[in-house]
Design a binder for this molecule. Structure first.
Ligand code: SF4
Ligand code: SF4
Length: 187
């Protein structure tokens, strides 16, 4: 069986299980030609969350290029990416990394892949719930619903109290005027 040495993490990867349609699907769904990535590492150097990720952003692109679907859909990086676009602004090829990560998250959910960061998925769901209900985020409700899901009540309570004291958390939600237009996005 053919093996490759994976430069990012040092893993040795067997290509026997590669799904080479995977890269085309990600390219098509994200609208980003990830084959133009030549692994200059500029994105990894600028990503504020790279230290917490199991693969660097371009490492995830490498997994996709190699057709390693399971690894790409089950890595923590796709859930840790916050879509800040720092990487895209420095990428010499103009690769839209956020769109790629978004696509991979969607595919992971569709395919029932094991989610590496379930708490982040819970938070993600509550943000979407809030947008569907109000057309914008109501942070206090998001936090409360997230806490109910995770049953982790006290780990970051100090931050919540500080935010309340600085009036960064509105007690009551506010709704956009044309909420039906927003809800159409979720149909
Ligand atoms: S900056 Fe762009 S070309 Fe360079 S490794 Fe990252 S995605 Fe690839
Ligand atoms: S968009 Fe994602 S991968 Fe790119 S710099 Fe921000 S967090 Fe990192």
């Amino acid at each position: 069986m053919k093996k490759v040495f994976y430069l990012d993490s040092g893993e040795t990867i067997e290509l026997g299980d590669s799904d080479f349609r995977f890269a085309s699907e990600v390219r098509q769904r994200s609208g980003t030609d990830l084959n133009t990535c030549y692994h200059c590492w500029c994105c990894a150097g600028g990503c504020p969350f790279a230290d917490a990720m199991d693969y660097t952003p371009n490492g995830v692109i490498r997994l996709v290029q190699l057709g390693l679907k399971k690894k790409a859909l089950e890595c923590s990086t796709i859930w840790l990416c916050v879509g800040c676009h720092t990487c895209s602004t420095v990428c010499p090829m103009g690769i839209d990394m956020s769109a790629i990560m978004d696509t991979l998250r969607q595919m992971a959910l569709e395919e029932g892949a094991s989610v590496a960061e379930p708490d982040i998925l819970n938070f993600h769901k509550e943000v979407l719930n809030s947008i569907e209900h109000y057309g914008r985020t109501h942070k206090l409700e998001i936090m409360l619903r997230y806490k109910i899901r995770t049953r982790d009540w006290f780990s970051d309570m100090d931050v919540g109290i500080k935010m309340l004291a600085k009036r960064k958390l509105d007690l009551m939600p506010s709704k956009v005027n044309d909420i039906e237009e927003i809800r159409k996005i979720f149909l």
